[in-house]
Design a protein around this ligand. Structure first.
Ligand code: AFD
Ligand code: MN
Ligand code: MN
Length: 407
């Protein structure tokens, strides 16, 4: 492996700057609130209490990194009964961000015990479809283009339900939902191999999501959550196939050591993230520099790391890996590939991955009056300490207990 000391030449530095200009990544509202695992959660005094806090935190991340202008929201968690979407829109604007993808929630209500779109009970299926249609309306009210439902549906035991019937219920439900989209909206169909269903998950892999999105209609695409694959799966190959089929709608970025661990991006395997971005740059190279509109989104819940630090760390890693992947010279690579010079081709990717782009990223930040190191800037700002203080007082006044409980 080449050494980390490789520095970009002028032409490569230009590529990094162009890539950074293009790269934006959405942060999720749920990452700023107290979340945890099914074994309990470790609360943080600075954790967001409501959507206003989440938007304020997301605004800080964007203010310090310059590449996170939108915030994904979770309908039931962020827009409880009777909330005012216009107020949320204005609040987002005041925080310097706007509302991004809308995440329906068809996995928590008791009625979804046997599934939502896949439920054997037609009434429950209709309730789930109605909730998703309400989410589409909410998206229109807050000016969001992207509806990204995740379905926890599946079964826990062989024989529990008819797998083909469940497939058909999803096909029909997503077709019905797709008809509700306005012309500029997109429907992102997310897959996940298991959890919470432990025998079969109805949308378990990219092939199922692809077929369901294709049958739903022309505005549906596949959402790749990087934590939703078996350990041996080649995610960048899935990305390349979806790109080639014009069916890659976006990502939920996180990292994992075992399953859907929601660890911070690049904490376990940064080279895999680089290879995913490489496929996207390679596609753009073959299409006059244009890559399809891809919704880059973070989907992590930081149970142990301080929330804002973890988010800024994630965004900085995403920027760096996206920029490094832009260093690969695709014209030279295709010559090596045609020649069958495996080592030379591989070393092109390795050298790009090992190139130190820190200084170029700092110069990009300076050109935008951003701090050289957003993480250090957050720590120096006192924002988290102030939020801890203010939110702890507010929790006391509201009688909100911050306690961890065991399942
Ligand atoms: C969980 C699910 C899925 C979903 C996210 C937000 O596994 O990734 O996108 O929650 O609803 O992580
Ligand atoms: Mn996800
Ligand atoms: Mn997940």
């Amino acid at each position: 492996m080449p050494s980390q000391t490789d520095q970009p030449n002028d032409r490569q530095a230009e590529r990094v700057l162009t890539a950074l200009d293009r790269f934006q990544i959405e942060t999720p509202s749920w990452a700023y609130a107290d979340t945890g695992t099914r074994f309990g959660k470790f609360t943080q005094p600075a954790a967001a209490i409501d959507l206003n806090d989440k938007l304020a935190d997301a605004g800080q991340v964007h203010r310090l990194t310059g590449c996170c202008p939108t915030v994904a929201v979770h309908v039931l968690w962020d827009f409880p009964e009777g909330s005012d979407p216009n107020r949320a829109m204005k609040q987002a604007e005041q925080c310097g961000v706007s509302i991004g993808s809308i995440n329906p929630n068809v996995f928590q209500n008791q009625c979804y015990k046997l599934g939502s779109f896949g439920n054997p009970d037609a009434e429950v299926r209709q309730a789930a479809i109605r909730h998703c249609m309400d989410s589409i309306e909410l998206a229109q009210q807050v000016g969001s283009r992207c509806i990204s439902p995740w379905f926890a549906d599946g079964t826990n035991y062989p024989g529990q339900d008819n797998i083909r019937s469940r497939k058909r219920r999803f096909t029909e439900g997503l077709q019905e939902l797709h008809q509700h989209l306005t012309d500029d909206q997109i429907l992102l169909v997310e897959y996940k191999p298991f959890e919470p269903a432990f025998y079969q998950t109805d949308i378990a892999d990219w092939g199922m999501a692809f077929l369901l999105a294709k049958s739903a209609g022309p505005q549906a695409r596949v959402l790749v959550d990087t934590g939703h694959h078996y350990l041996t799966q080649n995610i960048e190959q899935i990305v390349a196939w979806l790109l080639d089929e014009q069916m890659l709608g976006g990502f939920h970025f996180n990292d994992r050591r075992y399953a859907d661990d929601d660890l911070t991006l690049g904490s376990i395997d940064p080279y895999q993230v680089f290879r995913i971005f490489h496929e996207i740059h390679s596609y753009a190279f073959d299409h006059d520099g244009e890559s399809p509109e891809i919704a880059y989104m973070v989907d992590q819940s930081h149970n142990l790391k301080p929330k804002l630090e973890a988010m800024i760390q994630t965004v900085m890693v995403a920027q760096e890996l996206y920029a490094k992947a832009a260093l690969v010279d695709h014209a030279v690579l295709s010559v090596y590939q045609t020649m069958g010079d495996i080592v030379a081709a591989e070393r092109l990717l390795q050298r790009a991955f090992m190139t130190d782009v820190t200084d170029t990223i700092v110069s990009w930040r300076r050109q935008r009056d951003l701090p050289d190191d957003p993480l250090e800037a957050l720590r120096a700002s006192g924002y988290v300490e102030q939020a801890s203080q203010e939110r702890s007082e507010r929790r006391r006044a509201l009688g909100i207990q911050q306690s961890s409980s065991y399942a």
